[in-house]
Design a protein around this ligand. Structure first.
Ligand code: ADP
Ligand code: MG
Length: 233
């Protein structure tokens, strides 16, 4: 048990460190990409080829950062009351255009009165990583449906896609660092998602069928805003 705890603490430290390093590295990457793009447009032959490769690798690096830090801000993490439908309005704003662009359809059905406790940036990161996987699994055709409700003092959020699905052995490996079946995958998206959900005292269960689709069910302890006693001053 104490080994488990030590491991959990180590993972915590590693992921915090990774997040802060990634944040610092994001800007210089962006600037480098801009200059390389300028050069690439002006060059030809071998030179253009090398610059294209360099840009691709930079793209890979920034995908890794995206999986960790789409919303991260350089400030101390805040845990607040989160309204699920409000959080999902932001998530939809980013992902519905992406889904449409890639040829898929995404619909949501989330009532207004669902509340949990957590960090808004992390919550969005966790769900964006999952839903991006669903969009990618559609391969340009299919649907994603997301719905939520409360039951027995828990908030349930379902993410269902009609994408390519997974077999048993892939399912068992979800969340393992660097596990990816994609050409340009990072294999970090679900690792980040699982850690965030765990930190928010939630649970996630995936079911999937090869060629038919995947469903993730996430649960969090629910909170009723009226029952919250303000902290003493
Ligand atoms: P990445 O997306 O970079 O590959 P992830 O950790 O986000 O890394 O996902 C790991 C792997 O899990 C994916 O490569 C994919 O094979 C599988 N996967 C995750 N979500 C889904 C899904 N909704 N449908 C099918 N496969 C999925
Ligand atoms: Mg992913």
């Amino acid at each position: 048990f104490s080994n488990e705890l030590q491991r959990a603490e180590k993972m915590e430290i590693i992921s915090e460190l990774a997040a802060s390093v990634a944040h610092e590295v994001r800007n210089p990457l962006q600037v480098t990409r801009g200059f390389l793009q300028l050069l690439q447009e002006k060059s030809k032959d071998k030179e253009k080829e090398y610059l294209t490769l360099a840009l691709e690798e930079l793209g890979r690096a920034s995908n890794i950062i995206t999986d960790f830090l789409t919303f991260a801000k350089p400030e101390i993490e805040q845990v607040t009351l989160l309204n699920i439908s409000k959080e999902f309005r932001h998530i939809e704003g980013i992902l519905i255009p992406l889904a449409n662009f890639q040829g898929g359809k995404m619909t949501t059905d989330i009532p207004n009165d669902l509340w949990i406790r957590g960090n808004s940036s992390k919550f969005k990161q966790a769900f964006i990583n999952m839903i991006k996987n669903s969009i990618e699994a559609l391969n340009g055709d299919g649907q994603i449906h997301i719905w939520a409700y409360s039951k027995n003092d828990e908030v349930y959020i379902h993410i269902q896609d009609t994408g390519e699905g997974m077999n048993e052995s892939d399912l068992a490996r979800l969340g393992e660092p660097y596990f990816s079946n994609k050409n340009k995958g990072t294999g970090l998206g679900l690792m980040v998602t699982f850690r965030i959900i765990e930190a928010m005292h939630g649970q996630v269960v995936f079911t999937s069928e090869k060629d038919n689709g995947t469903e993730a069910v996430v649960r969090f302890p629910s909170v009723t805003p009226e029952t919250i006693v303000p902290a003493p001053k």
